[in-house]
Design a protein around this ligand. Structure first.
Ligand SMILES: Nc1ncnc2c1ncn2[C@@H]1O[C@H](COP(=O)(O)OP(=O)(O)OP(=O)(O)O)[C@@H](O)[C@H]1O
Ligand SMILES: [Mg+2]
Length: 397
């Protein structure tokens, strides 16, 4: 993998705004979104958000997005999810070590010292996986790439090598150029558009990671003055916690164990994720056990989970995010009350009760009027379309 390939793209001088076709891309650990002119592009029939998943089934096909994600339990070694966690990471790095503890993949050292996935379709590096995800999404959203200039977001914690790898992944989709902007800066930009207030706090709780940042928005370029988080804390943990709770209840009530078969348990996790999302609209949500496990007796019927239950189950996770907010504020040398605005990003900020806790923590109502799963890509699309885009960006230098 030649990471230096990204250089000519990064250094290319931007064309005048009216002639440029641009997009912003949020290549997330869990989901990927592409936006143009402040609007996330939709995939026919399934919203704007595509799972960052690639599968290599025995047929020899390459599946992307939801079709790939559905195969994760039945063929885990050939269904790659969360590749962003090790994009641009060396085989001997702590990122790779931690990843191997959490995921079932056959991960090996590539010929050039990078961590790569060994799949039935051959060795695939995380940059290839990212490129396949972005190309697949562009196809599904009918987003052209020729002569289009892209801005992709990367976490603040990414070093130069990881930002370059992210940029290279996106350039594999054949965009005219690719630049990188930090995720909380994209979020702040989406909300503010222009430099205005002094300090904003970005609280981003996604599917797999929690990121918190203090952004100085008083002048261009916006600057992250403190950041932190947990790369293994997010909605996936919530889904597993709910699934274990439902499995315990089913075992106690019906004597049926949903947790001792990996495929069944994974179906339960997916069913719990759907139920969790339903709780944003209603007080309770139902999970039909026979549809999770076809072998379960009819008498197992339905398990209902409530908002209150999920709020209790996620209290510990939520406390951990605030402990990290404390650290980030201390690092930036500011107080929670100094924040003039709190911007929410990441789908898990819709968890029951969470927005209330955030309001209590900061003493201020957080902003969530932009869709938290789209806001990062929307901010990136603004950066991409700006004539003076270069000064807003975090160059890979
Ligand atoms: N209504 C909802 N209530 C609770 N959680 C939700 C809701 N909608 C989506 N989520 C969760 O949001 C998570 C995905 O969020 P998002 O797409 O922002 O993640 P991501 O940016 O790809 O991940 P990461 O930030 O870890 O890189 C999933 O865990 C999903 O279940
Ligand atoms: Mg995200």
């Amino acid at each position: 993998m030649d990471l230096t390939q990204t250089r000519p793209h990064i250094l290319r001088r931007p064309m005048p705004a009216r002639k440029r076709k641009t997009v912003g891309i949020d290549l997330g650990t869990t989901n990927t979104v592409v936006a143009r002119n402040f609007e996330a592009l939709s995939i026919e029939g399934s919203g704007c958000v595509m799972p960052s998943a690639v599968a290599f089934p025995p047929s020899g096909a390459t599946l992307v997005g939801s079709a790939a994600r559905r195969r994760r339990a039945m063929d885990p070694k050939n269904t790659v999810l969360s590749a962003k966690r090790i994009i641009g990471a060396r085989w001997r790095s702590s990122y790779t070590g931690q990843f191997r503890e959490h995921y079932p993949y056959d991960l090996v050292e590539g010929p050039d010292g990078w961590a790569v996935f060994k799949t039935r379709a051959g060795l695939k590096c995380p940059v290839d996986i990212g490129g396949t995800v972005v190309s697949g999404l562009c196809e599904l959203t009918k987003c052209p790439v020729q002569d289009v200039h892209a801005v992709v977001t990367a976490p603040v914690g990414f070093d130069r090598r990881r930002r370059e790898a992210t940029s290279l992944a996106v350039s594999k989709a054949k965009f005219a150029s690719v630049r990188v902007i930090e995720e909380p800066i994209a979020t702040a930009l989406a909300y503010l558009n222009r430099a205005s207030l002094k300090y904003a706090f970005v609280y981003d709780l996604g599917g797999g990671t929690f990121d918190a940042a203090v952004v100085d928005c008083s002048s261009y370029p916006f600057r992250v003055i403190g950041h932190g988080g947990d790369p293994y804390l997010g909605g996936d943990d919530v889904d597993r916690t709910i699934a274990l709770h439902v499995a315990d209840r089913t075992l106690a009530r019906d004597g049926w164990d949903l947790s001792n078969d990996a495929v069944t348990f994974d179906r339960l996790v997916l069913a719990c994720e759907l139920a969790k999302c339903e709780l944003s609209e209603s007080e309770q949500a139902a999970i039909a056990i026979p549809s999770v496990d076809a072998a379960a007796p009819e008498s197992c019927g339905i398990i209902t989970i409530t908002r209150e239950e999920v709020q209790q189950l996620t209290l510990d996770l939520v406390r951990r995010t605030f402990a990290m907010c404390d650290e980030v504020l201390a690092q930036a040398g500011v107080k929670a009350r100094d924040m003039e605005a709190i911007f929410l990003a990441g789908g898990s900020t819709r968890l029951p009760g969470l927005r209330g806790y955030i309001e209590s923590y900061f003493g201020k109502r957080p902003r969530f009027d932009l869709d938290p799963m789209q806001v990062v890509s929307m901010g990136a699309s603004l950066a991409a379309a700006r004539p003076a885009v270069a000064e807003l960006l975090d160059p890979c230098a």
